[in-house]
Design a protein around this ligand. Structure first.
Ligand code: UCC
Ligand code: FAD
Length: 586
């Protein structure tokens, strides 16, 4: 250094080195597994590829920045106008509004209903949402509920009262497009909807209803309409109790041209860990005009179609968060150096990224599998096996992918070192937003119990379908030597699972209830493994597909078998657990 040169550090100079920022490139072109999956399965390849490539370009070029703007310019509530009148105006950012227009024009809901790719339309739609989700500023949340509402309305035969709403929900015209809310949770409980719902529906002379109640969580409350649950008040003023007392209602949230609320008071906006880009409100329903959509007392069963769709969207968001953090982390590893080498040249760092990649691939393949099954069901080509699999795999996928997303995104943040913890990089938001995925739309335990529900209600047929399909997926791969260790591990786990299921059938319900989470995890890990192996056995697969399958199958694929041997589900377990959790000072 020239001793007369300006000092390297001074008041005006902070040094010459600055860290390179990870670059978001076209997320479609950056995802070879998505490309290979579509090449293998999607018959309308050309149209879908060009749509995804163009959309990917928009995402990295402009949409990602809007998503960031939604985060830094979050919604706010203006309860009163300057003259003191109650207005409850939820102000959202211009970027959030742009997301709505984009969603319409890109057909992010419409694709699922136009069905121009036939039974593969859902795969097309979910692939698109998969690219969009981490850049969407959480707009995928209202889209999930919008899709779910359209699905419910369609499954009820599109009643005339909601024909126009249905066309808006599925429209590509930004001027006409509507979003929907899903108001199920009240203060007494969000999992136990039957015990939690206090909302009363008062019949009106014209056959409509007025709703009175308090909705404790309502997300994307700037929606145009909503589906919700309530109890119809009888002539004598009584209301039917329990789940069978719940009915499904449709309500328009903003009925006048100025978008003002009628019969709704916004109590406050929630102060949330993540999902801050979108408003989540507490609402007092004070005579909200509504239409009953389905038979009285069939509320939960009727809204179940919405749950299926939103749970699939949730899983798309989970898989997409993993994919995005891996894309950014691997890019960063090419730019950042430590100990004289780029991060990508440190084998231990690369191993960390590779483990994240395996999780992301497994989740992606199960998301696509469930989307495929949904598409088959909706186009009338699903076999009974497909329908059973769709019912079983939807909660399995949702609960498992949400947990994976939190773990992978957390690991991903660490791969940026301290920068991963800095709010203004946009990275921490990925983790904060992932954390909700296991809570809303059914927590991990509640969905594990949903797995038991569907096994019981189908008299075990859903499990039979599961075993049949898993074995079929392994069939071709079992002849390929490089995949032998993975196939062997999966066959072993499947047989342990089979033994568990057989023996559990003879045990009291409390046994299965304690095993529910481990059972769901076993179902997820084995099926994801089978999908990885099946994908790797395709002639167009890459060596990395085989490697991913082998790595995945090294873990404990069937926790239910190992825990059972330890007696974790015995009648004495809850007492021991209670003593452990509520241990006291001597
Ligand atoms: O959280 C929410 C929105 C957040 C924003 C959305 C973002 C989405 C992704 C965004 C990505 C960025 S909305 C709130 C969501 N709430 C839940 O998910 C509730 C969780 N709790 C459950 O799922 C419970 O298991 C309940 C509420 C379903 C339990 O209700 P019941 O009434 O006690 O259950 P029953 O009696 O067993 O079931 C009643 C009927 C039965 O049908 P029938 O009468 O014909 O036998 C069940 O088979 O409902 C049927 N059923 C189902 N059918 C229940 N669950 C299902 C299901 N999953 N699929 C099909
Ligand atoms: P609880 O039901 O009280 O659960 C507490 C804990 O108990 C959980 O860990 C759960 O797993 C466990 N648990 C409960 N029952 C059992 C059981 N039988 N066995 C074992 N464990 C059990 N709801 C809407 O309706 N619309 C929305 O738009 C909406 N948006 C949301 C947005 C955000 C950001 C969040 C965080 C929530 C939102 N929710 C919404 C609410 C959400 O769906 C509920 O919070 C969720 O379903 C859980 O219900 P809860 O909060 O009452 O928890």
């Amino acid at each position: 250094r020239d001793p007369h040169a300006a000092p390297l550090f001074s008041r005006s100079r902070t040094g010459l080195f600055f860290q390179a920022q990870p670059q978001l490139k076209n997320p479609f072109l950056e995802d070879p597994l998505l490309g290979r999956y579509l090449r293998r399965h999607q018959p309308h390849q050309q149209a879908v590829f060009s749509d995804l490539q163009a959309f990917g370009e928009r995402i990295s070029g402009e949409v990602d920045a809007w998503g960031r703007e939604c985060e830094v310019n979050p919604p706010r509530l203006v309860p009163f106008d300057p003259w003191g009148r109650r207005v409850d105006h939820i102000v959202t950012s211009p970027a959030w509004q742009r997301m709505k227009e984009l969603s319409a024009s890109e057909g992010l809901v419409a694709i699922g209903y136009e069905r121009s790719c036939g039974e593969w339309s859902r795969v097309h739609q979910m692939s698109k949402l998969f690219l969009y989700s981490p850049s969407s500023g959480l707009f995928t949340c209202p889209l999930a509920m919008t899709d779910g509402a359209a699905k419910v309305i369609q499954s009820l035969g599109v009643p005339p009262a909601v024909d126009s709403a249905y066309r808006r929900l599925t429209s590509r015209d930004p001027e006409r497009f509507w979003t929907s809310g899903q108001w199920m949770t009240e203060r007494r409980g969000g999992s136990d909807v039957a015990a939690g719902t206090e909302t009363l529906a008062e019949p009106q002379p014209d056959g409509s209803y007025r709703l009175h109640g308090f909705k404790w969580f309502t997300s994307a409350t700037d929606a145009d309409m909503t589906l919700t649950l309530g109890r119809v008040v009888g002539r004598d003023g009584s209301t039917p109790p329990g789940s069978r007392g719940l009915s499904l209602f449709y309500a328009e949230v903003r009925r006048d041209p100025q978008g003002r609320l009628e019969g709704i008071e916004v109590q406050r906006l929630k102060d949330k860990l993540g999902t801050r880009q979108m408003p989540t409100a507490e609402l007092l329903l004070d005579g909200l005009p509504a239409h009953r959509l389905a038979e009285e007392g069939r509320g939960v069963a009727s809204i179940a179609n919405m749950l299926t769709v939103t749970r699939i969207h949730n899983s798309v968001a989970a898989a997409a968060a993993m994919r995005r953090v891996v894309q950014l982390a691997r890019d960063y590893a090419t730019r950042r150096s430590a100990f004289g080498r780029r991060l990508q040249d440190h084998p231990l760092h690369l191993q960390t990224l590779a483990r994240m990649e395996v999780e992301a691939r497994a989740a992606f393949l199960l998301v696509m599998e469930v989307s495929r099954l949904l598409g088959r069901e909706e186009t009338g080509v699903a076999s009974p096996l497909d329908r059973h699999l769709l019912r079983l795999l939807t909660p399995v996928l949702k609960l498992y992918s949400a947990k994976q997303a939190v773990a992978v995104v957390s690991e991903g943040l660490e791969s940026f070192g301290g920068q991963g913890y800095m709010e203004d990089t946009g990275l921490p938001g990925l983790l904060r937003d992932a954390q909700v995925l296991s809570i809303w739309e059914g927590t991990t335990n509640v969905l594990s119990l949903d797995v038991l529900r569907c096994v019981a209600r189908s008299s075990g047929l859903v499990l039979q379908a599961y075993f049949t399909q898993t074995q079929a997926l392994l069939g071709h791969a079992s002849r390929l030597p490089p995949l032998a260790p993975a196939v062997g591990a999966l066959e072993g786990a499947l047989s342990a699972l089979g033994v568990f299921v057989e023996e559990a059938a003879a045990r009291p319900p409390s046994y299965l209830e304690l095993a529910a989470r481990d059972l769901a995890y076993s179902l997820a890990r084995i099926y994801m493994g089978a999908l990885l192996v099946d994908h790797a056995s395709w002639e167009g697969a890459s060596p990395s597909d085989t490697y991913a399958a082998l790595r995945w199958c090294e873990q404990d694929l069937s926790p239910v078998g190992a825990r059972e041997r330890g007696g974790h589900y015995d009648a004495s377990t809850p007492t021991c657990d209670a003593a452990l959790v509520y241990d006291k000072m001597d």
